[in-house]
Design a protein around this ligand. Structure first.
Ligand code: SF4
Ligand code: SF4
Length: 299
């Protein structure tokens, strides 16, 4: 059975794909973006136990089974497990963790996730899986997407683009993910042709994200591009122009979500160093999209 570390399930969202959707957030990411608004979803808990003493509600315990996050047990007495019913969501565990990770994670199978949203089925149009980086768990995604389709739901993926969707079906662990995916929300975080810039923003060298976007667009599966904008971090106008120029010809039905950087939730070390963009910059980026016939959404 393929299971994945689930950080959170949002039962209803209207900003994560078309219509009202359930959103599943998985723990763990292969990027380390400076502006990450959910930095506690990046690292996997290694059950070191530091947060146990910080919890005022007794909601964190040592278990005897598998660790809550999917990594090897962190000590002889077992994994740190989260008891949601006791949690008062005070955040003390997040503040105490030396890895900036979250113990509020549960390993779940696709069937368990579907069971959890069963009562919402009459009210939702689909499921979107986000993160962290959800494509780190392709087998889980494939099964959840299959189950979603059996229920008549659409299945969307929110990704940093590090998964190679162009793999032929059945080849490798990720093969076939596109078969169950109706739409992809794809991050374009920095100039993919500049290793220096991409690494400075995400911690990873650049790669062919625009080629992936083209691949998805040609198959009608590119729902949305996403770029977080912070003046001075990188040249957003050049990036949006380069992206639209490359992708608009492939399929201009996708939308481009231009996201204002906001300091809320960002790691303190970065929050004060990054600038919030003004209206004029965001409007000028939307105008670049418009010139290529791409619908822009400024948020
Ligand atoms: S959440 Fe952090 S502090 Fe708590 S057990 Fe996991 S790694 Fe250790
Ligand atoms: S958020 Fe929940 S698990 Fe974490 S310290 Fe507070 S009560 Fe304990």
């Amino acid at each position: 059975m393929s299971r994945a570390p689930v950080n959170r399930i949002l039962r209803s969202s209207i900003v994560d794909g078309p219509g009202n959707r359930a959103v599943v957030f998985l723990q763990g990411c292969n990027f380390d973006c400076v502006y990450c608004h959910n930095p506690e979803t990046i690292a996997l808990c290694n059950s070191c136990g530091t947060c146990l003493a910080a919890c005022p509600a007794g909601a964190l315990v040592r278990g005897k089974g598998a660790p809550s996050s999917g990594e090897a047990p962190g000590g002889p007495s077992g994994a740190v497990l989260w008891e949601k019913e006791r949690c008062v969501f005070c955040g003390a565990c997040l503040a105490a963790c030396p890895r900036n990770s979250s113990p509020r994670v549960r390993l779940m199978s696709p069937e368990e996730v579907m069971a959890g949203i069963e009562k919402d089925l009459p009210f939702i149009r689909g499921i979107t899986v986000s993160g962290g980086e959800c494509t780190l768990y392709p087998a889980f995604l494939r099964k959840l997407g299959t189950l979603a389709k059996e229920k008549g739901l659409t299945f969307f993926i929110d990704t940093n683009g590090s998964h190679d969707f162009s793999k032929p079906d059945g080849a490798g662990e990720g093969g076939g993910l596109l078969d169950v995916t109706d739409g992809v929300m794809l991050d374009v975080k920095a100039d993919p042709e500049s290793d220096e810039e991409h690494k400075r923003v995400t911690g990873r060298s650049g790669y062919d994200i625009l080629g992936l976007g083209e691949f998805l667009a040609r198959r009608g599966k590119l729902y949305e591009l996403r770029t977080v904008v912070s003046p001075g971090l990188f040249d957003a106008a050049a990036l949006v122009d380069k992206t639209c120029r490359r992708l608009a010809g492939a399929d201009s039905r996708f939308q481009y979500r231009l996201i204002r950087y906001r300091p809320s939730g960002v790691r303190p070390a970065w929050a004060g160093k990054l600038a919030v963009p003004g209206d004029s910059l965001m409007e000028s980026l939307a105008a670049i999209c418009g010139a290529y016939g791409v619908k822009a959404l400024v948020v």
